[in-house]
Design a protein around this ligand. Sequence first.
Ligand SMILES: CC(C)(COP(=O)(O)OP(=O)(O)OC[C@H]1O[C@@H](n2cnc3c(N)ncnc32)[C@H](O)[C@@H]1OP(=O)(O)O)[C@@H](O)C(=O)NCCC(=O)NCCS
Length: 149
Amino acid sequence: VKIEIRDATLGDACALVPLLEQLGYRSTEAQVMQRLEKLASTGRDVCLVAIRGSAVVGVAAAHISATLVTDQPVAKLSALVTDDHHRRQGIGEALVSAVEQRMRANGCSLIFLTTADHRDEAHAFYRRIGFKEAGRRFYRPIPAADDVG
Ligand SMILES: CC(C)(COP(=O)(O)OP(=O)(O)OC[C@H]1O[C@@H](n2cnc3c(N)ncnc32)[C@H](O)[C@@H]1OP(=O)(O)O)[C@@H](O)C(=O)NCCC(=O)NCCS
């Protein structure tokens, strides 16, 4: 299976719409394009796509975070999806490896992610490729300033 991995470009926005939908995030092409533009501008974000033939069959995004408690920055994997017709062929693992390589080059010494409890397949995948499970995720929405007391 010949897979190429490269940086995402604005021209990938259209192909990313169905992939992000498979991840559970419905978005328009224009929205995806805007997000890609933002990510490209921070200098702290990486967005890679996996290409088979000429089709985008997977995507991974990650962010480099400086922290108060470690000397080296850490990498947060913020999105990962392989097109559902192309799963179990090593594409997800190849994307994570490519992200890791980039993050190493940026001085990161750890890569982490949060994942919803219902994503059983993803959990099996992460364990299989060497991630350890630790901690819990808490979140709450941030209300708009107008709504605050
Ligand atoms: C998780 C995901 C990205 C894995 O992508 P993939 O390209 O299928 O993964 P790979 O082919 O590289 O898998 C590598 C190994 O992980 C394990 N694995 C992957 N998917 C698995 C599954 N559904 N069940 C059990 N093990 C799995 C297998 O051991 C696999 O190797 P094998 O196929 O030789 O047995 C993909 O299932 C996906 O896009 N899921 C929907 C979106 C999602 O949940 N993303 C993660 C959000 S946190």
